[in-house]
Structure formats: structure tokens, C-alpha cells
Ligand binder design. Sequence first.
Ligand code: ADP
Length: 376
Amino acid sequence: MASVKLTNVKKVYDNNVVAVHDFNLDIADKEFIVFVGPSGCGKSTTLRMIAGLEEISDGTVEIDGEVVNDLQPKDRNIAMVFQNYALYPHLTVFENMAFPLRLKRPKMSEDEIFERVTNAAEILGITEYLTRKPKALSGGQRQRVAIGRAMVRDSKVFLMDEPLSNLDAKLRNQMRAEIILLRQKIDTTYIYVTHDQTEAMTLGDRIVIMKDGFIQQVDTPQGVFDMPANLFVAGFIGAPQMNFFDADLLKEGDKYFAVTEHGKFEVTGEKGKLLSAKGIEDRKITLGVRPEHMTLAEEKSDDSIECTLEVNEMMGSELHLHLVTETGKKIIVRVPTIQLTEEERAEMTYGQKLFVTFEGKAMHFFDPETTDNILL
Ligand code: ADP
């Protein structure tokens, strides 16, 4: 058992910067939680307060039901992996991994140390490097050693602060998959900090999205994608970013329509039912549609938008089309390359006229004043 509970946690630094405001979160035993948000939003500070590396200004942190505010990091039964591996250059991989075990009192036997280090090395696939020094390892291998050093301690909670951000893109993707695998092998509670929304989406059971020291939303990856709590979350999760339009939401009979300066779009599917169940009346909204939920239309109609192509980013499996409407509004549309003929692809150049539309079930509705999702 290793649940983690934060209640009204606050951090004010000496320079009066409030890095974290009133943070409340229950993390279940064996859950993988990701803190994500732009630089400076308070992710690391929160993680460091859980680790005991930063004093808690107000509120409580509990691990397994025990308040740990006044416990030293070493007494909290946590393991932490940092961005800059922090390996000892003069020690072998084996000794780097054995290091925290050698500090244990009462002393741990050499047999037990050997057993634990070789086990962790096996799981991480670094057995053949155990006698090497860190400088003879690649970035990815060093990060594995750093993870191994945290693993050998049998900690209740595994804390990771941007562990992959020093790696190049290819290695980062590979290590991300390895962390997912690691999780199958070491069933403990994980708290992972990243600024990268892809890492957050792929790793987390739940994601905590933060901005300016405040939690914006806590939900599963699918939950934050399908029903972002506000405009910030909607823009942060998903790439390229969601498109936004000023619009009026109109109720006609039992149907809803989003009316923008570019056309009138019927709300369909679950979203229509939710609006109705909430008894939402005619009102102003900010309409959100993700680039992957927009499609190219054959011709101009009431529910298609006439655009001019400005930039065509060829991503291989898809195109990211940067378009501008007649009123100067910029829109991004993601189009799977396979849906286009070679002729059509050749036409996707600067100045090309295109019509785009989107499905009514893919719309998101936000309050223009509060920026909150009106369906939550
Ligand atoms: P993140 O991990 O999301 O990038 P941090 O938790 O590192 O954010 O920082 C949150 C805020 O606290 C930022 O405004 C940062 O400048 C400030 N901050 C972080 N560490 C300190 C410190 N030791 N002293 C003063 N302010 C700090």
C-alpha cells in the first residue's frame, strides 16, 4: 500500500513567489500520476514537497495515511529520479546502483546488495554495463542506471522529475515505452513530472494539468482530451493546438447549432444530448474544434469554411495545413496523407483555395468570460 494525499498544500518561496496554491489530490496505491504544465507552473515544487526536498508552507502531505511534512526525505520511503541523472562519475554502474543500499543502517549484506542490483539491472537491460563507468554509457543507458538506483530501494513511491528531457527525440520515445514496461514489472505508485503533453498522455493513469500554481484539471488522458475543463487545457492537450472560434450557440427545436462568422454547424452525437440534458439555452460561446476533427470539403456550403492555404507542413503520415479564412482567422487542419490522391497533394501549395468542415460531434463549448467548459 502506498497512497499519497495532498491537502491544501501551498508553497511560498522566500522571495514571496507563491509557486503552488491550495493543491488537493488523492493518489491511489499503484497509480501512475503525471503532473504536466508549462515551465514555472509549480510541478517540480509540488514533487519536491512530496519528496521532502522542499519545505511545505501550508497544508499536509500524507504517504500511506501518515503525515510526512516533518520527515526527512530518507524516512519517507520514496525514490526519486532526476533529469540530470546525478550519477557518480568515479563509481561503476554497479556501485552507483548499490550506493543507496550501502547507506542503509543496519548494514545490508553484500549478498543482498548483489541480488538487488543484479535484479534491477536485469529488468532494465543494463547487466552488461555493470562494470562500466557512467562516461562509457549513452544518455539512455545513464538514465536507466539512474532509474535502477532508485529501483533497488524497494520504495513505496517512485518520483520522477522530467527524467527524459535530456535525451534526444528518438531515445525519448524509446525510453517512454520502457517506462510503460517498467511499470508492468515494478508495481508501485508513480508520480511523474513533465512539460510534454505526449509523455503525460501516454504514461499517466491520470493527468494533473497545472498552470500558475493552480490545478486546472485532474482526469484520465481520454477524459482531458474529450472534455477539457477550460480553454487552457483544451489548448495545452493535443498537437497542433485546438482551433477556437467566437460563436453563438442556438437551440432550434431539439437541435443545437453553433453559428460562427463562417457558417452554421449542427451539434450532433453525445455533445448535442449533453447540451440538452443540461438545459442550455441560446448563449455566446467559444467553440473549439481539434485540427484532426476538421476535414476538407468538396465545395462551399452552409457548413464549410472557405480558406486559403498558407503553410503545408508535411509530417509523413499526415499534412498539417495552416489556413486563413476570408476574415483573416487562422485555422490548422490535420489531414491523413493517405486520404489524398497524388494530384490533390501536389495542389496543396501556398495560395490554394480549400473548403473545410467539421463534424458536429467533435465540437467543444467554452464560456468566453470564465473560459470554463460549459458541459462540466
Ligand atoms: P515547474 O516545475 O512547473 O517548471 P517550479 O515548481 O520549478 O515550476 O517553479 C514554480 C515557480 O516557483 C516559478 O515561478 C519559479 O520561478 C519559482 N521557484 C522555483 N524554485 C524557486 C526557488 N528556489 N526560489 C524562489 N522561487 C522559486
